[in-house]
Write a protein that binds this ligand. Structure first.
Ligand code: FES
Length: 154
């Protein structure tokens, strides 16, 4: 992942548009390269894909993988789908919120951790499921949360 670079972003957008890829392909590549889609990319995306800026914003907001701000150093995603809810994902999410001071969808003020919802990670039989920095975590409990948070703090 690289820091935001306007020229590189324009290059990605132009390459996607020229090769007849769809808007979401360009958004995916921007997120893969930079971790997020900077506001500066909205107008070039709209122009390249013949969309309004509102449509581009709408696509970014619609897909949970597309973020419009720089990600935190670490990302903890906790499954909020039904199977995980049935085994306590809401309770475990509240516990993380209590321990970190951030709610779902928020990033800590020091930029160390983001807490995000996710809707099924394919670990339904081992919920509550989560993903920490891209790695699956089955049966998330307080001990695992403490281990994750202490790793971040150290
Ligand atoms: S419902 Fe949580 S992993 Fe499938």
């Amino acid at each position: 992942m690289h820091n935001w670079n306007y020229q590189r972003a324009l290059q990605i957008i132009e390459e996607c548009a020229k090769s007849s890829q769809v808007l979401t392909s360009a958004l995916r590549q921007l997120v893969d390269d930079f971790g997020y889609i900077d506001d500066a990319a909205i107008a070039p995306l709209a122009k390249a894909f013949l969309r309004s800026k509102a449509e581009v914003y709408g696509a970014i907001q619609y897909y949970s993988d597309f973020r419009d701000s720089a990600p935190a150093e670490h990302i903890l995603r906790i499954c909020q789908a039904e199977s995980c809810q049935a085994v306590g994902s809401r309770k475990i999410t509240k516990l993380v919120t209590t321990k970190t001071g951030i709610a779902l969808g928020q990033t800590s003020s020091d930029g160390q951790i983001s807490l995000e919802p996710v809707y099924c990670l394919g670990l339904c039989a081992n919920g509550p499921a989560a993903e920490f920095d891209g790695n699956p975590v089955a049966e998330l409990d307080e001990a695992k949360i403490d281990k994750i948070l202490s790793g971040i703090r150290s």
